[in-house]
Design a binder for this molecule. Structure first.
Ligand code: NAG
Ligand code: NAG
Ligand code: NAG
Length: 314
């Protein structure tokens, strides 16, 4: 009874493994545009693909980011300065890409640039605090995608979107999770729409990773400033100890992140270079075993788990 089932399961896994290993040839003819290459995932991916011979077009926010990336990579890699939340800037970067890739088109777009925005309880924030992450992580990426879409069509290429496990289950207050939920929605609808043009859209959902660029002391300073600016009635409702407990909570969340960021860039590389890219990649064990299951279970249970470490008013 069990043996045939096990054999079928084994064959399925073998087939999946075999399919997953089919990698495209002629990577050296392909152009890939990556946003947010100053540091973190984008920076590592740019270097990783450059080593594979891919023609990397790396968009950085800062000159210093672009210069240091150039020093660490081959002469194939080219950089451009890009703030994805500035539409004029996106437009001119699009023209730059178009001139380089020409009739061949753009094989890959990796929407990686992202910011956290202010981190604090929702009740301490204002509308403007939500705008920045939405402008960069969501609207900026939509702008980049729509601008480059004609070039990607030409190459029947790939779009890889960096979302987050926080786009499947919202565990942080502020604009970040909201922006990533938006990314998931945009990716899902775009995927169904562009399939007929031979374009594949993949979403990479990293779990807790510590890219080493989160400036904890800046966040602590900003949380303190937000706290100080609260009306005394609000402060009393949380209790004097809340701010410290919140900072403690944030510190713990960040330090528990994995530093193995290659797990994320390997997913991105697979989405760009495999014959059969997956639609969704969850990177990290916490994503696979904790957060994804958490997003499927009934809300009242997920709430209990999510509230476990959250500070309580006193
Ligand atoms: C923290 O505050 C500084 C100064 O007000 C501001 O420039 C910075 O953008 C804030 N950081 C975040 C993540 O909001
Ligand atoms: C982190 O933020 C603090 C306070 O805003 C600032 O003084 C410091 O230079 C920042 N560190 C880095 C590495 O950016
Ligand atoms: C990909 O994700 C970014 C945010 O990371 C989003 O802004 C963009 O529109 C998405 N693009 C696609 C094709 O899903």
């Amino acid at each position: 009874m069990w043996l045939p089932l096990l054999v079928v399961l084994g064959l399925l896994l073998l087939f999946r493994w075999y399919r997953q290993r089919q990698i495209l040839e002629n990577l050296r003819d392909k152009y890939v545009f990556i946003t947010g290459c100053d540091s973190g995932f984008g920076n590592l991916l740019a270097k990783q693909l450059d080593k594979r011979g891919v023609r990397v077009l790396a968009a950085c926010l800062t000159e210093t980011g672009a210069e240091s990336l150039k020093k660490e990579s081959s002469s194939r890699l080219q950089t451009v300065i890009l703030d994805v939340s500035d539409s004029q800037n996106v437009n001119s970067a699009g023209q730059w890409v178009s001139q380089i890739v020409g009739e061949r088109g753009l094989w890959g777009l990796v929407n990686n640039a992202g910011i956290s925005g202010p981190v604090a309880p929702n009740g301490w924030l204002k509308k403007d605090d939500f705008l920045k992450p939405l402008n960069v992580n969501l609207l900026g990426m939509i702008d980049v995608t729509l601008t480059l879409l004609p070039l990607i069509k030409r190459a029947h290429g790939r779009i890889v979107n960096v979302s987050s496990i926080l786009g499947r289950i919202a565990l942080t207050s502020g604009g970040y999770s909201i922006s990533k939920y938006g990314v998931e929605a945009f990716s899902d609808t775009l995927r169904r729409e562009v399939m007929d043009f031979g374009i594949r859209v993949s979403i990479v959902e990293p779990g807790g990773f510590n890219t080493g660029i989160i400036n904890l002391s800046m966040h602590e300073k900003n949380i303190s400033e937000k706290w100080e600016a609260l009306p005394s009635e609000t402060k009393m409702s949380y209790g004097e100890k809340y701010k410290e407990k919140y900072i403690q909570y944030l510190r713990m969340a960040i330090s528990s992140g994995s530093s193995k960021i290659f797990k994320v860039t390997n997913c991105m590389e697979h989405a760009l270079t495999a014959y059969y890219p997956w639609t969704r990649y969850s990177a990290g064990w916490d994503a696979k075993l904790l957060f994804i299951p958490l997003s499927y279970i009934p809300t009242f249970i997920a709430d209990r788990v999510a509230r476990r470490n959250l500070p309580r008013p006193t």
